[in-house]
Design a protein around this ligand. Structure first.
Ligand SMILES: [Zn+2]
Length: 101
């Protein structure tokens, strides 16, 4: 997704960060109302992440490390069941982490 967003990755805190408002990132992020998305240790953002956004995405990286390949189906299932604001993984990433501390 990063490469299809017409961006070169940067290393930051052990992750690859792609910042782009073009290509696939633009399609997926901006049309769905998100500023950034995380896949394992790859973070794609349509703008330079703020410190709060970066902390949030790093928390998703930690969730990926714990859940492995189960992250994506679990994320989608929670999304369908709880929506975004009550999503357990989103709440964990936005508040004091509780799930995998
Ligand atoms: Zn999130």
């Amino acid at each position: 997704m990063g490469l299809l967003s017409i961006a070169w990755p940067r290393r930051r805190d052990g992750c690859f960060l792609y910042v782009s408002d073009r290509g696939l990132a633009n399609l997926i992020l901006t049309r769905r109302g998100f500023g950034a998305i995380t896949f394992g240790h790859v973070i794609v953002s349509n703008v330079e992440p703020t410190p709060a956004t970066w902390r949030h995405e790093l928390r998703h990286v930690a969730q990926y490390e714990r859940l492995g390949l189960a992250f994506l189906p679990l994320y989608l299932w929670y999304r369908a069941r709880y929506g975004y604001f009550d999503h357990p993984l989103e709440r964990d990433a936005s508040e004091d982490p509780r799930l995998f501390s």
